[in-house]
Design a protein around this ligand. Structure first.
Ligand code: ATP
Length: 306
């Protein structure tokens, strides 16, 4: 495997230049959001963490939730998945209130909301083969067994651009970081969800690999009409993939709106701070890296192999 580039700051900005998905047209007035957080307060024990958090995610769109560490991004995700019931407010899915606790949700309600995590390494059971890992949600959510289950797992592997003949029986330890993250995506897709929360899914990856993952997620969104909530610290990722942006600070939403507005002044002072913390790009970094690696094709095929 090739060595990762050493300088994070240049990696981070390369995505801005090489892959920026145009934001989708504005949501139609009156459209019912797929997911709606409405005036949500949440606490760990007696410590309040979220305060009156409201934002919507519409069908087929990507909302990036950004903010400094501890601002409440993951807590908002836990409320949506039902791991942390809000102390007040509610979450609507397709216009209907979701039971606050995941144990009170139906199997179909659970199926429709899936998560992909940052640490693909720890998120995959090291003792199970790739085929077994993906087969579990296929069996649980779709009630498939035997040959039908195996066929579905193979189709999912193809969807994430890994050859089933080569990868079905491998263990997670036999995969690269980017390939592990692809397995995390296949496991989420296995439930046939409508909404996926992507929690820092590219931050542990080399930039070339991260870009392959972003392209894959963008393609899957178009093909499967998925909606994403993208939790990230990385504004390059926001630029690459988001339609709308929600900025959080100290458990409050301090700004939200279409991506183009968030990158255009005037911003809320806090958004300015986030934007100004993006470092300058070294313009020679990408060409040097590609030359070093002997890569002249930076399309998906090359990226998948890294
Ligand atoms: N399990 C927990 N028990 C108690 N407090 C918690 C727990 N998880 C998070 N917190 C606190 O809740 C606040 C919000 O944390 P949260 O993880 O939601 O922030 P975040 O924006 O996702 O941060 P990061 O980017 O570092 O993941 C922080 O003050 C954090 O210390």
């Amino acid at each position: 495997m090739l060595d990762a580039p050493t300088q994070d700051y240049t990696k981070s900005l390369w995505a801005v230049r090489s892959f920026e998905r145009p934001a989708k047209p504005a949501v139609q007035t009156g459209a019912i959001p797929l997911v709606s957080m409405q005036k949500v307060d949440a606490a760990y024990g007696k410590v309040p963490v979220l305060h009156d958090v409201s934002f919507d995610i519409h069908a087929g769109r990507t909302v990036a939730v950004v903010g400094e560490s501890g601002s409440g991004k993951s807590t908002a995700a836990r409320c949506i998945t039902g791991l942390l019931p809000p102390t007040s407010g509610q979450i609507l899915f397709d216009g209907a209130p979701l039971p606050a606790h995941y144990r009170k949700r139906s199997k179909d309600q659970l199926r429709q909301i899936q998560m992909i995590y940052q640490m693909a390494d720890t998120a995959l059971n090291p003792r199970m083969s790739i085929g077994q890992i993906i087969a579990r949600p296929v069996q649980f959510y779709l009630d498939l067994t035997g040959k039908a289950k195996r066929q579905r797992v193979c189709a999912l592997l193809e969807q994430i651009e890994l050859d089933p003949a080569e990868y079905y029986n491998r263990l997670p330890s036999e995969l690269s970081g980017g390939q592990k993250q692809r397995i995390g995506i296949a496991r989420a897709l296995a439930a046939e969800p409508r909404f996926i929360i992507c929690d820092e899914v590219t931050s542990a990856l080399d930039q070339l690999v991260a870009e392959g993952i972003l392209r894959l997620l963008a393609r899957l969104q178009d093909e499967l009409s998925l909606s994403y909530m993208f939790i990230t610290h990385d504004l390059a990722t926001v630029r690459a993939i988001a339609d709308e942006v929600v900025v959080m600070k100290d458990g409050h939403v301090v700004e939200q709106g279409p991506k183009a507005e968030m990158f255009r002044p005037p911003h809320h002072a806090y958004t300015d701070l986030l934007l100004s913390s993006v470092p300058e790009m070294d313009p020679d970094w990408l060409s040097n890296l590609l030359a070093e690696r002997g890569v002249d094709n930076i399309g998906d095929a090359a990226v998948t192999k890294l």
